[in-house]
Design a protein around this ligand. Structure first.
Ligand code: ADP
Length: 424
């Protein structure tokens, strides 16, 4: 194993694994810290945690446990993966986890770069853009758990870190790898511990990659991974695989569970419904009142499964989310809905669903846990950041499942139908 990665949520882990796979690294994503050794034919491991929105202390403890496992299994470089929209609050968890991993690795400098140009995430002068608008003008300002109200990432990260945060600006990045290395040396001399990196396109990521070859810890979104596999090829450690994305043919009924309330997912849900897809919303207020929503939804879904994909969603517009949060509390509403969607996913799989899309990072984490899946192999890409995956080492309780874990913000409007078309 060459590269050991720690991802703060499940869809983010898949997103990273997808980019590593595209770079020829045979990649396995594990659900939490693995309890058993993995197969030998693995170049990179992505340990998927659910630590984005837990307490900082919990996120640090989980991340350090993952690091220890990856170190014990021979990884040479480490990658802390967070969201391309830098999802966090002033309490963390990006800053605290970064500093804890740096201390454990005796690492005096790292980068922080959520850029992912293929998915429209770019950084200029330290400001993160989502498509055409700064982060704080994007739908992320209304995120149910981590609303992002400042696009200046130097400022956002500095609020979460004890050490000083700096910037590797775009002029430096365009000058190339040696200029980036020189800038890193200068920042280190100034006592800077972490630097945001400006990135506008994949060429920038390819210039950045070689400058990171000897950095023990990289912290980033998934985009930076585009430039990393080549370092291992150049050093002779990696012989890129050309069938890194091969999966067993998918089988079983088709379903989608969606707990993301992002702008992109709202559009995807609307598109699926407008095009005649079978869809049903879950009612958070009824759930909170202890009504059997899960059983009701499953009773609705089961007879429809033979006809095509069914969608079950809590996806809602910002005003509706706020109304539910005002009644139930933010955390309580989030957990209640995640658990319900996870129970529904479990019920659907028990009813014969073998091809499942989960929309939303936290939602996907809950679903994967409820299905008892320990590890996923990464398959073909559906949209940037979202590949099909397949459970490995499945138990009798959970047969092999072909799964797409979609981060809320990712995917084109027709994602739900396109995803299944790719499998047909
Ligand atoms: P994303 O990838 O878009 O961030 P997540 O699944 O990570 O999606 O986060 C969405 C959060 O919002 C989850 O905790 C989910 O349970 C919660 N949620 C989903 N639907 C609603 C709703 N209608 N009202 C309030 N909270 C909701």
């Amino acid at each position: 194993m060459l590269l050991g990665c720690i991802a703060d949520d499940f869809t983010g882990a898949t997103d990273l694994a997808n980019n590593l796979t595209r770079g020829g690294m045979r990649t396995v994503q594990t659900v939490g810290v693995p309890s058993a050794p993995l197969a030998d034919d693995v170049d990179a491991v992505v340990v998927a945690l659910k630590s984005r929105t837990t307490s900082a202390a919990h996120a640090v403890a989980q991340s350090l446990a993952a690091l220890r496992w990856l170190q014990q299994h021979g990884c040479q470089q480490f990658y802390f993966k967070y969201c391309s929209t830098f999802d966090s609050t002033p309490a963390g968890n990006i800053g605290p986890v970064t500093e804890a991993l740096m201390a454990a690795l005796n690492c005096d400098f790292t980068i922080a770069c959520p850029a992912f140009p293929e998915a429209g995430r770019t950084i200029f002068k330290g400001y993160l853009f989502v498509g055409e608008v700064p982060l704080d003008e994007s739908g992320m300002r209304n995120h149910p758990l981590t609303p992002m109200t400042d696009a200046n990432l130097v400022r956002v990260l500095q609020a979460q870190m004890q050490g000083k945060v700096g910037l590797i600006d775009y002029v430096t990045v365009t000058r190339g790898t040696e200029a980036i290395r020189a800038r890193i040396a200068a920042l280190k001399a100034e006592g800077v511990k972490a630097a945001i990196v400006d990135v506008l396109n994949n060429d920038d990521l390819m210039r950045l990659g070689p400058a990171l070859s000897d950095m023990p810890l990289v912290t980033a979104g998934s985009g930076v991974a585009i430039g990393l596999p080549h370092n291992f090829v150049a050093s002779g450690a990696l012989h890129p695989s050309n069938n890194a994305t091969a999966l067993t043919p998918a089988s079983g009924f088709r379903a989608i569970v969606s707990g993301s309330c992002s702008v992109a997912t709202n559009a995807q849900v609307a598109h699926f419904i407008q095009h005649g897809g079978a869809a049903r919303a879950i009612d958070a207020i009824k759930l909170a009142a202890g009504e059997p929503e899960v059983q009701r939804v499953l009773a609705w879904a089961k007879p429809l499964l033979t006809k095509g994909a069914v969608l079950i969603y809590s996806t809602a517009a910002p005003a509706d989310v706020q109304a539910i949060q005002a009644k139930l509390g933010v955390d309580n509403a989030g957990q209640l809905i995640e658990q319900a969607l996870a129970d529904i996913a479990r019920g659907l799989v028990d009813a014969g669903v073998g091809q499942l899309v989960a929309a939303g990072g936290e939602t996907s984490g809950a679903v994967v846990q409820a299905l008892g899946i320990n590890a996923l192999r990464i398959g073909a890409q559906i949209d940037p950041g979202v590949p099909w995956t397949q459970s490995v080492g499945a138990s009798n309780a959970t047969p092999r499942i072909t799964l797409a874990l979609k981060s809320g913000n990712f995917g084109t409007e027709d994602f739900f139908t396109k995803a299944f078309r790719i499998l047909s």
